[in-house]
Design a protein around this ligand. Structure first.
Ligand SMILES: [Zn+2]
Length: 277
């Protein structure tokens, strides 16, 4: 089994999105009025070459974000709080081809959540089964979903994902899980926080676990410091997920790979585990 990172461009966000400040809704207000930006951060998706078929985790961002009408103009977050830098060659389709993988040969795609920088590359996978959190999928299509920044208008017309049905099969502190492979070495676990029904993917290879974290935290450091980001709808829920990951890492060799951590690829390459870090 091999895991490869695919960087689909970069994104800059407000510092108070990376690490939230204040209570409740004020956290989102604070990030909108924050004058301090992060550096441009990578937008990672992941490819798992598995004997049962290729699995892709998240689809990254699309170059169409550079078009002037791509983001809704009425939306304060897109107007004031995010900057994308994605070229057509950064998209996941061409990058898979350069790894020698045809997108149509990807058996399954798993979305950690529906934010645009994770769902932006969906159009490259018309023939793959796409696994998503049912709850996130439902929320993303509501008015309040659009207010929180989901862009269902950009999903492909053929998009009919499979909802993940978690089973009562625990994996460390995660009480429920969903097997993606029959071998049980690629597993989805619920990691609510950054979005209400965010999920993460755990890949087991020999004695090592790779935690494809999506946005459970923006960096490993933020995880270790138990810092909740500025967009999580419920900070308490997000912190419980952080604690679950930290507990899991206490008992396993765990390589933690968030989608926007510039150190993620180095950790993947060196198999640098959380405790060793
Ligand atoms: Zn996100």
């Amino acid at each position: 089994m091999n895991i490869y990172p695919i960087q689909t461009g970069t994104v800059a966000i407000k510092s108070k999105q990376r690490i939230g400040q204040g209570q409740g809704l004020m956290r989102q207000v604070n990030l909108l009025f924050d004058h301090s930006w992060t550096e441009f951060l990578p937008i990672y998706a992941w490819v798992i070459e598995h004997s049962e078929g290729v699995v892709v985790v998240d689809t990254g961002e699309t170059a169409r974000t550079a078009q002037p009408d791509y983001f809704p103009k009425w939306h304060p977050y897109y107007r004031f709080a995010v900057r994308m830098n994605v070229l057509p060659e950064h998209e996941i389709g061409p990058q898979l081809r350069s790894l020698g993988i045809k997108p149509q040969d990807v058996k399954k795609v798993i979305l950690t959540h529906f934010h645009t920088d994770h769902a932006g590359g969906l159009s490259h996978f018309p023939s793959s089964e796409i696994l998503v959190s049912e709850q996130d999928y439902r929320i993303a299509r509501t008015i309040s979903g659009r207010m929180s920044g989901y862009l269902p208008q950009h999903w492909p017309s053929w998009f009919t994902p499979t909802g993940i049905r978690f089973e009562q099969a625990s994996l460390g502190p995660f009480k429920n899980s969903y097997r993606v492979t029959t071998q049980g070495d690629v597993i989805v676990v619920p990691t609510p926080g950054h979005t209400a029904a965010h999920v993460s993917v755990i890949v087991r290879d020999d004695d090592c676990y790779f935690f494809l974290a999506g946005d459970t935290s923006y960096t490993e450091q933020a995880l270790i410091e138990r810092q909740v980001d500025g967009v999580s709808p419920n900070a308490k829920v997000a912190r419980q997920t952080i604690d679950n990951i930290l507990e899991f890492a206490e008992n396993q060799r765990l390589v933690y790979l968030p989608s926007h951590d510039p150190q993620s690829t180095m950790r993947l390459e060196k198999r640098q585990t959380l405790s060793a870090g």
